[in-house]
Ligand binder design. Structure first.
Ligand code: SF4
Length: 550
């Protein structure tokens, strides 16, 4: 903690909230205890030297359920346990002896060599699984602890890592997938992300946060990183006197208490950006509420402080200088998923393609790498919408690339349903899940593509599918958001289904401004009836909307 950070004291109202800078560092719950006892980053050495040799049973509980996350590892759900039993069983009863593993990409380019390595890890160690997550990670399943040393060795040959991919840490950055290449870019955030990672990724001083900390940085006018739902976001703007730089947003997050990020009204230059990011994360570390994990995200501190005080503390205690006032970003100019063929500023093209709900496989990743190399493109970036974008495609090879992608199941001209549907991991692998998500969403997309084949949809209608009340698939920011639960049908039968939320959206979804969807009280849909329900909503929306209403 900085010496400065202790200067501001809040008046105590009753019991301690566990804010280090106010209440001291006494751990107030078991999570805080195990983090204080030994930094999560230290577990990697034990994995490599002990657990990889001695196996799953040698792993003590605090490492297995706690510190492993600091290196991107979670135990996955045991197959065959239905969602109705999720809340009835103890966590260890739901747990398999295999892991989910996240590899962070941080908006960076994945070269053909990196794609080959990612593909080989899937094929050799993950039973062929690989998902593109909406945080630009690659997520594997069926990982054994014995294989982790070799997986890290392979990743490191191509500059990839799992450091702080999960846990109470600075998680993977969302970065604009078209950074540095788009003709209409305001500012290229690549150097800022690289500098923040170089200085702070794996920094033990930032590896015991109250909860996870999510960052997003873009300089593209499509606002392509879902900046409203990150703990800290830097969004490209042009200052009338100072030129291109960033608008700073803080305190966004969804889950069961959703809250959109707010602007502090400051203008941040590229040179200031790493320090500002460091200031915000240290405010979170020092002042975040650690007593209850459900109240620990930065959004709760922002709700109490307000933007004015947040800015004051950032400038006075952490930066030591004032930031200039600055403008807000303009309305998004194009969809932030970058699907389709687009011309770059150097005359080459970038090409965005959609898998179905982010699901790829080891062989898909390997094939993409081979294809990218064959057409002379430079590599692939992942998007915040579970898509991928191929960069630097020579103009005369675009058609060849498009056909090649299509042949391996990646569409550059997806149906509106495939393009705008996002699904979380769900019951297949997630211990918290109550219902299936990926397969249900994929079947719904296939059905809607048939039923609504001739229907002209001039505005996107997004469908986000969550397997439980958490919001990994950002349901409150979708036109139709679905929260997994067991529902009771009219016949009294208990079946997997969803609570419906309607009318959410982010600025990047072609909205005037972002807004959270609303729960439609009592509106629950059985998973099996999802295509019927979505079809009805779409047809009714088209028939009854007011002008260009979204
Ligand atoms: Fe698991 Fe729930 Fe997150 Fe889906 S929303 S991945 S089911 S915790």
């Amino acid at each position: 903690m900085t010496a400065q950070a202790t200067r501001v004291r809040q008046s105590r109202t009753g019991r301690s909230n566990g804010q280090w800078a106010v209440d001291g560092r006494e751990p107030l719950n078991h999570n805080e205890e195990f983090k204080a006892e030994d930094n999560g980053l230290n577990v990697r050495e034990r994995i490599e030297k002990v657990y990889a040799r001695e196996g799953f049973d040698a792993i003590p509980a605090d490492d297995l359920h706690g510190r492993f996350r600091w290196w991107g590892l979670y135990t996955q759900r045991k197959p065959g346990i239905d969602g109705g039993r999720t809340a009835q069983l103890e966590p260890h009863e739901l747990e398999d002896r295999f892991f989910m593993l996240r590899v962070r990409s941080d908006g960076e380019l994945l070269s053909p060599a990196a794609l080959a390595v990612l593909g080989s890890i899937s094929t050799d160690f993950a039973r062929g699984t690989a998902d593109i997550t909406d945080r630009q990670n690659i997520q594997y399943h069926w990982i054994s602890v014995e294989d982790m040393p070799e997986i890290w060795r392979r990743l490191e040959t191509v500059g990839l890592e799992t450091t702080e991919a999960c846990g109470d840490t600075p998680r993977g950055f969302l970065g604009s997938p078209v950074a540095g290449v788009a003709a209409d870019e305001i500012i290229d955030p690549t150097p800022v992300i690289a500098e923040i990672k170089r200085r702070y990724l794996g920094d033990p001083e930032l590896a015991n946060l109250p909860r996870k900390f999510k960052s997003a940085i873009t300089g593209h006018p499509s606002l392509d990183v879902a900046h409203e739902i990150n703990d800290v976001s830097l969004v490209g703007v042009v200052h009338p006197e100072l030129g291109p730089g960033y608008d700073l947003w803080v305190g966004g997050a969804l889950s069961t208490t959703p809250r959109l990020a707010e602007r502090l009204g400051t203008f941040v230059t590229a040179e200031q950006a790493p320090d500002v990011w460091h200031g915000v994360i240290r405010i979170f570390r020092d002042y975040g509420y650690r007593r209850l994990r459900t109240k620990a995200r930065l959004k709760f501190l922002l709700a109490e402080w307000g933007t004015e005080k947040f800015r004051e503390v950032l400038e006075n205690e952490y930066l030591g200088y004032r930031l200039a006032d600055g403008p807000a970003p303009a309305r998004a100019t194009s969809p932030g998923d970058h699907v389709g063929v687009h011309e770059q500023k150097d005359g080459r093209s970038y090409v965005g393609a959609a898998p179905v709900v982010g699901r790829v496989s080891g062989s898909t990743l390997t094939d993409v790498g081979t294809l990218v190399e064959r057409v002379g493109a430079s590599g692939v970036r992942l998007t915040a919408h579970q898509k991928l974008v191929v960069l630097d495609v020579p103009s005369d090879r675009v058609e060849e690339l498009v056909e090649g992608l299509e042949a391996i199941g990646l569409s550059t001209r997806p149906s509106p349903f495939r393009r705008n549907t996002v699904a979380c991991t769900g019951i297949e692998f997630c211990k918290l899940a109550i219902v299936d998500t990926k397969d249900t969403a994929a079947a719904t997309i296939a059905e809607l593509e048939q039923r609504l084949a001739g229907v002209e949809l001039d505005t996107p209608i997004s469908l986000h599918v969550n397997g439980c009340p958490n919001s990994c698939a950002r349901i409150q920011t979708a036109d139709i958001g679905l929260k997994g639960q067991i529902i009771t049908t009219d016949d009294g039968e208990q079946v997997p289904g969803f609570q419906v939320h309607l009318g959410g959206g982010l600025a990047s979804d072609d909205r005037e401004e972002g807004g959270l969807g609303r729960t439609v009280r009592g509106l629950k849909v059985a998973a099996a009836d999802l295509p019927d329900y979505v079809e009805r909503v779409v047809r009714r929306f088209l028939a009854e909307r007011d002008g260009t209403e979204t």
